[in-house]
Design a protein around this ligand. Structure first.
Ligand SMILES: [Zn+2]
Length: 201
């Protein structure tokens, strides 16, 4: 990978041999491997020891989970906050595993819509709850640095499964708990439109 990065620097018009750039290929390789370490992470081994049978059937919410990912169209960061909720059906997952799950899927090349669904689908599959809701709000550097759209705009995506899709009150309770009541109306109309990075150019 370091050779490729040296070539990339040359293609950008830089001198890969100048002092400040000598160790850059090594650093970039290390950083990129870390930022894409989610490919090597095994979801099952992370979750399997953390599923518990309980007699608890109220909504579980973990909100304001910070995440950092890379958009697959530009290899530039997008980052923000993720809110996750599920309504258990006799089974819960260790609370700390939810941010870990967000991290595993974030540390890959992503688009925000797929990242959102992967988190929701995995919780549905592993925890088998009555429903799952995931909302992600993110800034995309491929938009803000390139001057596309408004500089401070947030892309918001959501995945609503099971009771969060079928029952307006459950969905509303979740959206109010994450302070997103304005989304309730749009979420009523099933999936929100695609909002993530701008791929042209
Ligand atoms: Zn992008």
């Amino acid at each position: 990978m370091q050779d490729v990065i040296r070539q990339l620097l040359a293609h950008l018009g830089e001198d890969p041999a100048r002092e400040g750039l000598l160790d850059t290929p090594k650093r970039v390789e290390k950083a990129l491997k870390f930022l894409t370490s989610g490919y090597a992470a095994d979801v099952d081994s992370v979750l399997n020891n953390a599923l518990f049978s309980v007699d608890y059937n109220e909504m579980v919410i973990v909100k304001d989970i910070d995440f950092y990912s890379l958009c697959e169209h530009h290899l530039l960061p997008f980052f923000g906050r993720c809110h996750v909720a599920y309504l258990p059906q006799g089974r819960v997952i260790g609370l700390s595993k939810i941010p870990r799950l967000v991290e595993i899927f974030s540390r890959r090349l992503q688009i925000q819509e797929r990242l959102t669904s992967q988190i929701a689908d995995t919780i549905r599959e592993k925890v088998r709850p009555l429903g799952v809701a995931v909302v992600m709000e993110a800034s995309h550097l491929c938009m803000s640095m390139r001057g596309v759209e408004k500089q401070n705009s947030l892309a918001v995506t959501s995945a609503m499964l099971g009771v969060f899709r079928d029952d307006a009150r459950t969905r509303l309770e979740f959206l109010e708990l994450i302070r997103r009541p304005e989304m309730a109306e749009r979420a009523l109309k099933a999936a929100l439109p695609g909002l993530a990075c701008v791929s042209e150019g």
